[in-house]
Design a protein around this ligand. Structure first.
Ligand SMILES: NC(=O)c1ccc[n+]([C@@H]2O[C@H](COP(=O)([O-])OP(=O)(O)OC[C@H]3O[C@@H](n4cnc5c(N)ncnc54)[C@H](OP(=O)(O)O)[C@@H]3O)[C@@H](O)[C@H]2O)c1
Length: 243
């Protein structure tokens, strides 16, 4: 049975990814932080595919909490074939002027250090495997108002991808990144993005927001054997949005 780990699997893109992988026969372990009820419903739905689904509350930016989660995954699954480092977000928008060092560090911890922690803990459990990072179109565009720290963290994932693709490629471990555009998830309530439908009509070539499943399907392809020669790549999933 192939096994996968997804950080931030309770809602949005992460939840859709847990289900997409379960549907393809993966045992999946995922983390959440605040959305316990949503996590329970993901476990229920994904278990319906006849695979093992584990969920654990663990702050993705805490080494100790992720270490405990990794120990549990190792004990129960014994190995990992795919890691999707998805947990992230923009809990508060601040411009450079409004920001302070604590704000900067919190955004970097949530969106970049979390990916390092998951990679450091789960790659040793891979014989061969795939690591997928969830970055953002903001890595290229800088994002909307008050997203500079988020954009910097998401751009950091691109460097991490290329460097680790090089380092881990010889061991048969691929490292790739997806860059979602405007996807209809709770992210936008927390990030106070405004009316995403209007944004999409103005900015996105396809004139609509994306669904979390449209990102999850790409992630599921990237971890599959069909993507066996994709390594170090940045995959845009944005309906056409480069402004
Ligand atoms: N939606 C978009 O338009 C968009 C665009 C570009 C990139 N992205 C990226 O896509 C990823 C998923 O976001 P989403 O859109 O699916 O938003 P979402 O529905 O808010 O999902 C975020 C997930 O991350 C988890 N999470 C947040 N902070 C965490 C922490 N410290 N530790 C552990 N888990 C944590 C949340 O868990 P709890 O709710 O349980 O706390 C939730 O499962 C993020 O990295 C985001 O930056 C989203």
């Amino acid at each position: 049975m192939p096994t996968a780990v997804v950080t931030g699997g309770s809602t949005g893109i992460g939840a859709a990814t847990v289900k997409a992988l379960a549907k393809r026969g993966y045992d999946v372990a995922f983390t959440y932080l605040r959305s316990e009820k949503e996590a329970e419903s993901v476990v229920k739905e994904a278990s319906g595919y006849g695979v093992r689904i584990l969920s654990a509350r663990a702050d993705a930016s805490s080494w100790d909490q992720m270490r405990a989660f990794a120990d549990e995954v190792c004990r129960i699954f014994g190995k990992v074939d795919a890691l999707v480092a998805n947990a992230g977000g923009l809990p508060q928008r601040r411009t450079l002027e409004e920001s302070d060092l604590d704000y900067w560090k919190a955004l970097i911890d949530l969106n970049l250090t979390s990916a390092y922690i998951a990679t450091k803990l789960f790659v040793p459990m891979m014989e061969r495997g795939v690591v997928v990072y969830v970055s953002s179109v903001a890595a290229y565009t800088g994002g909307g108002r008050g997203a500079f720290a988020y954009a910097a963290a998401k751009a950091g994932l691109l460097g991490l991808t290329r460097a680790l693709a090089k380092e881990l490629g010889p061991r048969g471990i691929r490292v790739v990144t997806v860059l979602p555009g405007l996807i209809d998830t709770p992210f936008h309530n927390k990030a106070n993005t405004g009316d995403i439908e209007t944004w999409a009509r103005n900015m996105v070539y396809m004139k609509r927001v994306g669904r979390p499943e449209e990102v999850a399907e790409v992630i599921a392809f990237l971890v599959s054997e069909g993507a066996s020669y994709i390594n170090g790549a940045f995959i845009d999933v944005n309906g056409g949005w480069y402004g």
